[in-house]
Write a new protein. Structure first.
Length: 694
């Protein structure tokens, strides 16, 4: 299916890896892909690309692809290939049986940020209309759910404030908990270009990421904090701004809620938030922090970019709010070169959240308890909907272990590898009676599945992805699905078999329904996307051509709302038994749990995950570079090869999670964000010792 020779025709589509959302021309010979060529007119990438989007598409036709539906009675039985009709009928009958035995709430679904907006929309519709509950959650639960909470309560909506090109005008760039050159390479390059032009860089990260000191870029300040102390550091930056008179009083008076600001300013001025006080537990020298705060507040355009190093903490939502506070306090929202911008990990994190895949929200971030909103969906869908939020992913696992949650549809997501505390997840899955996995491969989760529905790669899909700058990009089908069925069509057929008929002729009709029900998408249609190339939401009567920058005249919630952000240390502490803190991240050539990139030539560049450890910690333990070590936490242990690295600070170790064998999530704990249950992947107390075997 992947061909050599001269291409005969091409279609423009969107990379299915990270949240930059680069456009490519898929150049074809017949139904065979010849190459992916970065698309110059692509509004997110302007002709640039990285090694993943450009070269790592071989997984789409890898021999491991499963293309036939399969079922089995027990998870110890061999798989049996069946027809689509049988697989769908069997799944529907199992879900109905479970609901009649254990109740309506005993089944649910997990949607994926890898899937198109249209697929996510129909899956949440299936749960709400066919299963008649709100037990739909998304893999964004374990990455950017704190962004949803934190930006909504402060600014009024769950989205980055700027488009990517805004960074071209930033005077100061503050990067916290993100590694753009590895995880968002095309945007990372754009950022580096701006830094080479003279913009100043502040990095807040436990590890010296590439941006801190690369050949052409040096950070003005690297605040190398201890994992778990983001809130204390951001509060300390704000403390300097408040106590040294660096606030933008005119902006705050015109744009922000006065009472909320005053109580925040009183709180942030307290000694407990000073750099000198926080230095004791953040590890960041007070003098350095003061200089960074003055730099951030001194320029016209200061932009914040953040990633999972902010969200995947017990105070992930608090840090997002603290960053929004910082930007409002210095007048850095609503103009070009500024803003608060989450760098989304997967290709469609933004879109999957927009599409109502959280258990408390209908599409467009509107609460299921809102009668008027729910009423609009009820009228369109012709039935009454549940007004109570459903189960979040961790609640699904807990309920499964308690014997109350028995049926789960997992769409394009490998929860057995990607969710924290693998042993806990495995035990929960084993306790279910019908686990359905729809995916390209028999992944780790499929080991616990009773039904496997073959998925389609992005080359086999029509639909849309929404990138980190709210840009809705078209995904265009260049190959017939190897399974013979579109994923959205399989979901619709399952809904119909469950008793709620759902049918569309094409994903464009699903988008029309999304537009009819979601005010921020009211002006979106495939014909507009074809005409304009892409469009950034909100796109409606007020902004028919979309919205590159949000909160320009006023915040979406009217007045920007400062929130109190008290630092509460995580309960995960180092101690005599587990004296080091493990944190995790990604590497350029691989992607997430590696299901795709490990099946391409990219894997040669990063064949295994390694443990980065500071020379001091290695020497203390007699560990040599390249040796095998065991990494043990309260939850479990794994073996990795050690890489002695000055990027680390003493007391902190680091690994990636691209290979199932290394199983970083075997050691991560069940701690999670207080507001959203996003797991605390970034802080795990561990001990590291030499070992002999993997
Ligand atoms: Fe794909 Fe992201 Fe690379 Fe662009 S930067 S090509 S979207 S992985």
């Amino acid at each position: 299916v992947i061909a050599e020779g001269q291409p005969e025709h091409s279609k423009v589509t969107t990379c299915a890896y990270c949240g930059v959302g680069c456009s490519f021309k898929a150049e074809m010979r017949g139904e065979q892909l010849v190459r992916m060529v970065p698309y110059k007119q692509g509004q997110a990438n302007e002709g640039h690309s990285c090694v993943k989007g450009r070269f790592a598409y071989g997984y789409a036709t890898h021999k491991d692809r499963k293309t036939k539906p399969m079922i089995r009675e027990r998870i110890t039985d061999p798989w049996r290939e069946v027809s689509w009709d049988e697989a769908i009928a069997h799944t529907a009958s199992e879900f109905k049986r479970i609901q009649s035995k254990y109740g309506r709430e005993s089944v649910g679904a997990i949607s994926s940020s890898r899937c198109t907006n249209e697929e996510v929309f129909v899956l949440q519709k299936l749960v709400r209309a066919a299963l008649r509950n709100n037990n739909i959650d998304t893999c964004a639960r374990v990455c950017h759910s704190p962004t949803g909470y934190g930006l909504s309560v402060t600014l009024g909506t769950s989205a980055g404030t700027q488009d990517f090109k805004s960074v071209d005008e930033a005077d100061v760039i503050l990067v916290i908990g993100a590694n753009p050159t590895d995880a968002h390479p095309v945007f990372g390059s754009r950022m580096k270009k701006r830094l080479r032009q003279g913009a100043k860089l502040i990095v807040i990260d436990p590890r010296a990421i590439d941006l801190v000191r690369s050949p052409h870029v040096q950070a003005a300040h690297h605040l190398q904090l201890l994992p778990g102390t983001n809130v204390a550091v951001v509060n300390a930056l704000a403390h300097v701004i408040v106590t040294e008179g660096l606030l933008r009083e005119d902006y705050i008076a015109a744009r922000c809620d006065r009472d909320a600001f005053e109580s925040w300013a009183r709180f942030i001025a307290l000694e407990q938030n000073s750099p000198e006080y926080s230095e004791q537990f953040t590890g960041v020298p007070a003098a350095e922090l003061r200089k960074a705060a003055r730099l951030y507040a001194s320029v016209k355009n200061a932009a914040i970019y953040y990633g999972l190093g902010v969200t995947e903490h017990s105070q992930g939502s608090t840090t997002v709010m603290a960053l929004a506070n910082l930007a409002m306090a210095t007048g850095n929202i609503g103009h070009v070169g500024a803003g608060v911008n989450p760098l989304r990990g997967q290709n469609n994190v933004q879109g999957s959240c927009d599409m109502g895949s959280f258990p408390h929200e209908l599409p467009g971030y509107r609460h299921v308890g809102n009668d008027e909103v729910r009423g609009a969906f009820e009228t369109r869908w012709g039935l009454k909907l549940d007004d109570e939020p459903g189960l979040r992913i961790p609640n699904m696992f807990d309920e499964a272990l308690g014997g109350h949650f028995k049926g789960l549809f997992v769409h394009g997501e490998d929860i057995a590898q990607s969710d924290p505390n693998t042993n806990h997840v495995s035990a929960a899955l084993k306790n279910m009676e019908c686990v359905v996995v729809q995916d390209l491969f028999l992944n780790e989760t499929a080991k616990f599945a009773h039904v496997f529905l073959p998925g389609a790669s992005f080359l086999e899909k029509d639909g849309t992805f929404t990138n980190a700058e709210r840009r809705i990009n078209r995904v265009r089908k260049v190959m017939t699905p190897l399974s013979g069925k579109d994923e959205w069509a399989a979901i619709c057929e399952l809904s119909t078999a469950l008793g709620y008929p759902m049918a569309y002729n094409h994903p464009s009709e699903i988008m029309d329904e999304i537009a009819a029900l979601t005010p921020t998408f009211a002006g979106v249609s495939y014909s507009k996307l074809d005409e304009m190339g892409s469009v950034q939401w909100p796109c409606n009567e007020a902004s028919p051509e979309g919205t590159p920058m949000m909160h320009v005249e006023r915040f979406v919630n009217g007045a920007g709302k400062f929130m109190l952000t008290e630092y509460v240390p995580t309960s995960e502490r180092s101690g005599p038994r587990f004296p080091l803190i493990l944190t995790t991240g990604r590497i350029l050539s691989q992607y997430n749990v590696g299901a795709q990139t490990r099946r391409t030539e990219n894997s040669a560049w990063h064949p295994e995950d390694v443990l980065e450890i500071h020379p001091f910690d290695a020497e203390q333990r007699g560990i040599l570079d390249g040796e095998l070590v065991s990494v043990a936490s309260r939850a479990g242990d794994v073996a990795l090869r050690a890489k002695i690295s000055e990027r680390m600070q003493p007391g902190v170790v680091y690994t990636t999670f691209h290979h199932p064998g290394s199983g970083a999530n075997v050691v991560t704990t069940e701690n999670s964000d207080w507001a959203t249950n996003c797991p605390e992947y970034k802080v795990t107390a561990v001990e590291v010792r030499r070992t002999n075997s993997l």
